[in-house]
Design a protein around this ligand. Structure first.
Ligand code: FES
Ligand SMILES: [Fe+2]
Length: 429
């Protein structure tokens, strides 16, 4: 039988010949051995987002991050000069976890002047310097200056705090992000600070969930609740009109509508409240009255495909961070933190301009909750996908041109692991 052939040169995938068009293996998502390699090759080498500056609102603010994938816990602080730092959360005395609240395994946050170890009371400044040692005179040839907290490379970009766990990062954060992701620079993140955050434990490899958010054409099937007649004109959203790849990162944009979509009926939404409050999956219907958030004033790099109408740009920042900017004046972030080869923690944060009244507040909450629900619809299939892959009944899978982003993520993951293995071999030789 004749094969249906989409010539590669007429495709998004064809623009990046290094990706090929062949069948793809997901062994990288089912193998415990491969996961161990990813921990070293990717999560101990790439720049990782651990939060935003709004989580450190004051001098002395701090929060901790448990990074199971790197077998470490971090303390992120704003010191008394306003500088942001990151440290391993380990006391220099006898290795106790320094900062924790209810249990050593839970993350915590707060404001303080010094951190005091719960074991023998050593105290550290927000800049990591060791300030106080109980019975210091009993130690031998001891100088406090030689025992600061172990620092971690930490950079802030557009208010996003990134860390890098390698002793010497191979690239600066800006070089790592590259021109496509840096197209976000100038977006008014500092004006969009009302945050709703959720976390879910997911029964799949981290990449399998990333894949579910980097193509949109599953929406008409998996999210059929939102698939109703008046949205059919929005079909460009289901065959995404713009894809882009830059280094290890990806971008997919969708088209949208112009004006306030008052043509939508109650049947167009998942829940009746969406119609009542005029907010839902795509955000509050009415854009905020903030000039910096008018699409005409956004940096060109937000919609590099020049889509008109434009709706969403989804920046997939390697390895595990997503920034999704909506035309309706809000954005979200997703993070996928591996906890084993077939489990991960999914963190979602939804950001809006601070509410000025109760109806804005309700619109933000409805948007956040409906978006979370849509995300959990995706999550609901993932352990099924993981089980199917783990059966290893099939070893190679076809990917369409609308799945170029999926193809790219698995290729980049493999490339980073192979490059790590080559370097290891070279060091040992
Ligand atoms: S382990 Fe921290 S003070 Fe002893
Ligand atoms: Fe989805």
């Amino acid at each position: 039988m004749a094969r249906l052939a989409k010539p590669p040169e007429a495709s998004w995938t064809g623009r990046y010949p290094e990706l090929g068009t062949g069948l793809v293996s997901y062994e990288d998502s089912v193998s415990p051995e491969f996961y161990e390699l990813e921990r070293e090759a990717i999560f101990r080498r790439a720049w990782l987002n651990v939060g935003r500056v709004e989580q450190l609102p004051h001098k002395g603010s701090f929060f901790t991050r448990e990074l199971a994938v790197a077998k470490t816990s971090l303390i992120v602080t704003r010191d008394l000069d306003g500088q942001v730092h990151a440290f391993h959360n380990v006391c220099r005395h006898r290795g106790n976890k320094l900062v924790w609240d209810r249990t050593p395994r839970d993350e915590t946050s707060g404001v303080c002047r010094q951190f005091m170890c719960k074991y023998h009371g050593w105290r550290y400044g927000l800049d990591g310097q060791l300030k106080y040692v109980l019975q210091e005179e009993e130690f031998f040839d001891f100088d406090k200056a030689e025992f600061p907290l172990v620092s971690v490379h930490c950079e802030v970009w557009e208010g996003f705090i990134f860390i890098n766990l390698s002793a010497e990062p191979g690239q600066s954060l800006l070089d790592f992000l590259g021109p496509m992701v840096r197209g976000l620079e100038g977006y008014p993140f500092h004006l969009v600070t009302e945050r709703y955050a959720f976390k879910a434990d997911i029964l799949s490899n981290w990449k399998i969930y990333l894949d579910a958010f980097q193509e949109y054409y599953h929406a008409s099937i998996l999210h059929s609740q939102q698939q109703v007649p008046s949205l059919r004109g929005f079909e460009s959203g289901f065959k995404a009109p713009h894809y882009q790849v830059d280094g290890p990162h990806r971008l997919v944009s969708t088209g949208g509508w112009k004006g306030v979509p008052r043509h939508m009926t109650p049947l167009d939404q998942m829940y009746p409240i969406e119609h009542n409050v005029e907010a839902g999956l795509m955000g509050p219907w009415q854009r905020p009255d903030i000039p910096e958030l008018d699409p005409a004033n956004l940096p060109a790099g937000i919609n590099p495909g020049g889509l008109d109408p434009w709706s969403i740009s989804n920046f997939q920042i390697f390895p595990n961070f997503v920034i999704l900017v909506y035309e309706r004046g809000w954005y979200l972030t997703y993070q996928y933190w591996p906890t084993s080869h077939n489990t991960h923690a999914w963190e979602m944060s939804y950001y809006f301009p601070p509410s000025r009244n109760a109806s804005e507040r309700i619109r933000h909450e409805v948007t956040a909750v409906v978006s979370k629900e849509a995300g959990l619809q995706d999550a609901g299939t993932l352990d099924g996908t993981q089980m199917g892959l783990e059966s290893r009944v099939i070893d190679r899978y076809p990917l369409s041109d609308q799945e170029i982003t999926v193809r790219h993520l698995h290729k980049v993951t493999e490339d980073w692991v192979q490059s790590y293995l080559r370097n290891e071999k070279a060091v040992r030789a």
